[in-house]
Design a protein around this ligand. Structure first.
Ligand SMILES: Cc1cc2nc3c(=O)[nH]c(=O)nc-3n(C[C@H](O)[C@H](O)[C@H](O)COP(=O)(O)O)c2cc1C
Length: 180
C-alpha cells in the first residue's frame, strides 16, 4: 500500500473480529509509529498496549465517563493502546519555562501526530484502529498503574475490522485552503 492509498483508505474502525493481534505485529506498528516527528525530537510518547481482556473490560466499564458508545468499542477490541506521555518536556525549556505561548499544548500536539502515525501504520498492516477522546484519563492511569510524571494522552482500540467502515464526509479543498 502506498502512502496516498494508506491516507485515503484509513477509517476509524469501531467493530472488531475476535482474532487476537500478535505482540510481534504490535511491535512492527510501534516500530513505524516511533518515526513520527516530535518537539525538538523529545520523543516523550510511550505506548502501553493492553491485551489482557480483564484490564480492557475494567477500562471500558470504569473509565469511559458513562459514554456507552466508547465502552462498546473498547470492550470488543483485540487490544487497547494507551498512548502515554512523559510530562514537562515537550514545549518546555530546560529551566522548566514554556518555550512558546502555546505552553504545554505541544504535548497533545505530539501525541496527535504520533496517534495518526500509529493508525496509518496499523492500517498498512491490515489492522483497524480508532482514536478516542472521551475517557477518564486519570482512571485509566490508575488501572494500568501508570508511573508518576506521565499522562494518558489518548486511547486507541485496535483489532481486525469486522466489516469495512463507512467513509465519512470531508470538506472540499477550496473550503479549507487559502493563499495569501
Ligand atoms: C482527537 C480525536 C478524538 C476522537 N474521539 C472519538 C471518540 O471518543 N469516540 C469515537 O467513536 N470516535 C472518536 N474519534 C474518531 C472520529 O469520530 C473520526 O476520526 C471522524 O469521525 C472521521 O472518521 P474517520 O476516522 O473514519 O475518517 C476521535 C478522533 C480524534 C482525532
Amino acid at each position: 500500500m502506498d502512502a496516498i492509498e494508506c491516507i485515503k483508505t484509513r477509517r476509524s474502525v469501531r467493530a472488531y473480529k475476535e482474532d487476537a493481534i500478535s505482540r510481534d505485529t504490535v511491535k512492527e506498528i510501534i516500530d513505524l509509529a516511533r518515526m513520527a516527528p516530535t518537539w525538538k525530537n523529545s520523543q516523550t510518547l510511550r505506548y502501553v498496549v493492553v491485551d489482557n481482556k480483564d484490564v480492557i473490560k475494567r477500562i471500558a466499564e470504569e473509565a469511559t465517563l458513562g459514554f456507552e458508545h466508547n465502552n462498546g468499542i473498547i470492550s470488543k477490541c483485540a487490544a487497547l493502546v494507551v498512548l502515554t506521555q512523559i510530562n514537562g518536556r515537550c514545549g518546555y525549556e530546560k529551566d522548566g519555562s514554556f518555550t512558546t505561548s502555546k505552553g504545554a499544548g505541544w504535548e497533545m500536539f505530539d501525541a496527535g501526530v504520533a496517534a495518526q502515525t500509529f493508525c496509518l501504520a496499523a492500517h498498512e498492516k491490515g489492522i483497524g484502529s480508532c482514536i478516542l477522546g472521551i475517557f477518564d484519563d486519570k482512571k485509566v492511569a490508575e488501572i494500568i498503574g501508570l508511573e508518576e510524571g506521565k499522562t494518558v494522552a489518548t486511547l486507541i482500540p485496535i483489532g481486525y475490522a469486522e466489516s469495512a467502515p463507512n467513509p465519512t464526509p470531508r470538506k472540499e479543498v477550496d473550503d479549507l485552503l487559502s493563499f495569501i
